[in-house]
Design a protein. Structure first.
Length: 109
């Protein structure tokens, strides 16, 4: 793997619908942190579009247990293309992209 040459970060507000993020390049790695709902989602270019590795950081109040990490295959992160979006799309995963919750993103090329 080559060294990252570009980095971007910022915040968006969850909508529960797909959110395009224009960071000016096609990322090789993306990390999302829902700081309101306390969940992290990571994706890299070795994963398929829409996938990601989800890390809930809180306690499941209904089960009273610590939530487990999981590899998701829908609702994750999709990289853009040079013709459609120089960035990525935050998918509709219900733990990351929650309406009105704050999402911090980091992206590396």
């Amino acid at each position: 793997m080559r060294n990252a040459t570009q980095y971007a970060n910022g915040t968006v507000t969850g909508t529960a619908a797909a959110i395009p993020v224009n960071c000016g390049f096609i990322p090789r790695k993306v990390k999302l942190m829902n700081i309101t709902g306390r969940c992290v989602l990571e994706w890299n270019d070795q994963m398929a579009d829409g996938h990601g590795y989800k890390i809930p950081t809180g306690i499941d109040a209904t089960a009273d247990t610590v939530s487990l990490h999981s590899y998701i295959t829908t609702g994750g992160i999709t990289k853009g293309t040079r013709t459609t979006l120089l960035g990525f799309i935050i998918g509709t995963d219900a733990d990351i992209n929650v309406n009105a919750e704050r999402i911090i993103y980091e992206a590396w090329e």
